[in-house]
Design a binder for this molecule. Sequence first.
Ligand code: ZN
Length: 284
Amino acid sequence: MAPLATFSVNNLTRLFPEPETIPDAACWVIVADKGIFITRDNDPVVISTSPPQVLGFTAKSVQYLGHRYDTPCYAVEIAPGTPLPENWISCGVRELFGRIPDDDLAIAAYAVQIIDFDRTTQFCGRCGTKNHQLRIERSKLCPSCNQLTYPRLSPAVIVRVEKGNQILLARSPHFPPGMHSVIAGFVEPGETLEQTVHREIKEEVGITVKNLRYFASEPWPFPNSLMCGFIADYTSGEIQIDNNEIVAAGWFDRNHLPGLPSKMSISRALIDDWIDQPIAMNRI
Ligand SMILES: [Zn+2]
């Protein structure tokens, strides 16, 4: 299967320790309150080769992202209340789907995530002392109690359940009207990914499954999930929705599919992978 490249940062190598000083030749992503800044063009500039002060921004903080080939790339947080250059506008990263190359989109989303890490870890969560950012890895150290803080990642499972030539699709109340998708849920402390799959399916639609197979994973930076995709076979039970996380669910065949998630997601990749498979004639 082709890699799910949308939000995996492919063209950026994290070379820690990060450079001691920012060289003249660098790349910049200007992070906004919500999203990033882009130029007002049909083909907007998202990753600039000019530093923020040359573009007309006043930087509050700068975070190393990694090297794009030989060039270090940085995320910039803008100092609040400072003037903004006229030819740049802020834009949500998801609004840039299809407007910019997938690799640039992934770097933009990553920049937002890393600036969020910096904003939300200014002080030690244990003792309140101002944290010190390390250069040898992506972490912060409390100089008082030595607690290390890393960017938050929330692992989640997402699973395609097959029953003969049908798959289980369900509706979250947060989905656009008519849209259905595969079952997903966050991993609890102490759980394996496999246990999460069984628990979430049982909780949300009341059925049991077997034959778990790993499919693929995808970072989903809205805000910090790591989606782990699986395929499973139906074992037993009638669909009983929980009416909380799921408001509708059913078995669908290829000829009667409901509205589906956007192409740039592992949920859609799981469904498309099934659609592309030959129909089994001898399955239940
Ligand atoms: Zn501390």
